[in-house]
Design a protein around this ligand. Structure first.
Ligand SMILES: [Zn+2]
Length: 307
């Protein structure tokens, strides 16, 4: 009896420990965005209180390379360096050289986990498609030289991105805010990519995204907020509401609630989704895996002897 009780207590303790060891990973958060200037520390406190203990901060322009790196170092996070397709038109040609130089200088930085955010945007009008393509291919080559995976921006551009990946092979990565077809999804998965899902999942009308999230193999899914962008349905404000002063800023603390939508779509438990998506993120971003292992060792030595 006493034994059974202590066994039950031990199991309970194990469960609690297991529960506490679950870490949500926000694989895509623009923590450097000006929307967070007023309260960045509070945003991170809320994320950690929600169990979102790791964020990947992709850069969008050369002027922010130092910012995302510093944020990652100050706050024990990870970062990526790249030039976003929506910022290619305002970038200088020499920014590709700045990226090459930064990747070289920081190649031993354990927090640098990918080249990104790079890609192609064929949705926003008025962008120079040839220039986007040139920057995309050049950045794929830099990723290959650095031996890093890539974080891809995909908007109406899945096939064009894929043809770039066939020309310049890289070691996979994440197709972020994925919104292509099942066939396109499988092409990315076949090249070692995971697909990023976030707030868009929470909209009933996002049929294609919800179907993919429900049907794709679990090994293909990672979670992201893209904060401050892509607010989930419960934060969404219409253009009219925004004109009247309402804001709809997304933040990393929303990730577990977004994951509830994914868990419901897949008929899986929330803890399973946490473990699955975190494991996937660590698989496609090997440097992130190493970083989190050393974090855990540091954490373990920090509490040793406290019983
Ligand atoms: Zn982004």
């Amino acid at each position: 009896m006493g034994c059974a009780v202590s066994n039950a207590a031990a199991m309970q303790a194990r469960r609690v420990r297991h529960h506490r060891s679950v870490t949500w990973i926000d694989t895509h958060c623009h923590l450097d965005a000006p929307e967070f200037d007023a309260d960045r520390s509070a945003v991170l406190l809320r994320a950690r209180a929600a169990g979102v203990n790791m964020l990947v901060l992709p850069a969008v322009m050369a002027a922010h390379f130092d910012t995302v790196r510093e944020l990652a170092h100050v706050h024990d996070l990870a970062y990526a360096l790249g030039i976003h397709p929506l910022y290619v038109d305002s970038a200088a040609d020499t920014d590709l050289g700045r990226l090459a130089e930064a990747l070289d200088r920081h190649q031993a930085d354990p927090r640098l986990v990918a080249v990104g955010e790079i890609g192609l945007d064929h949705f926003v009008p008025g962008l120079d498609p040839a220039r986007q393509e040139r920057f995309y291919l050049a950045q794929l080559k830099l990723a290959r030289v650095a031996g890093l995976p890539v974080i891809l921006h995909v908007r109406r551009s899945a096939d064009a991105l894929m043809s770039g990946l066939r020309r310049v092979e890289v070691r996979g990565g994440i197709a972020h805010a994925f919104n292509g077809s099942r066939v396109q999804a499988e092409a990315f998965i076949g090249r070692g990519f995971a697909l990023g899902f976030g707030g868009a999942l929470s909209f009933d009308r996002a049929l294609q995204i919800r179907r993919l999230a429900a049907d794709l193999p679990g090994s293909a899914l990672v979670l992201e907020t893209d904060a401050p962008d892509i607010p989930p349905q419960w934060l969404y404000r219409t253009a009219e509401q925004r004109a009247a002063g309402a804001t709809s800023r997304n933040e990393p603390a929303e990730l577990p609630r977004i994951a509830q939508t994914l868990a419901a779509l897949r008929g899986q438990g929330l803890q399973d989704i946490a473990a699955l998506t975190a494991g996937n993120a660590r698989r496609v971003l090997p440097a992130l895996d190493l970083l989190m292992k050393t974090q855990r060792l540091r954490g373990a030595s920090g509490v040793s002897g406290t019983g």
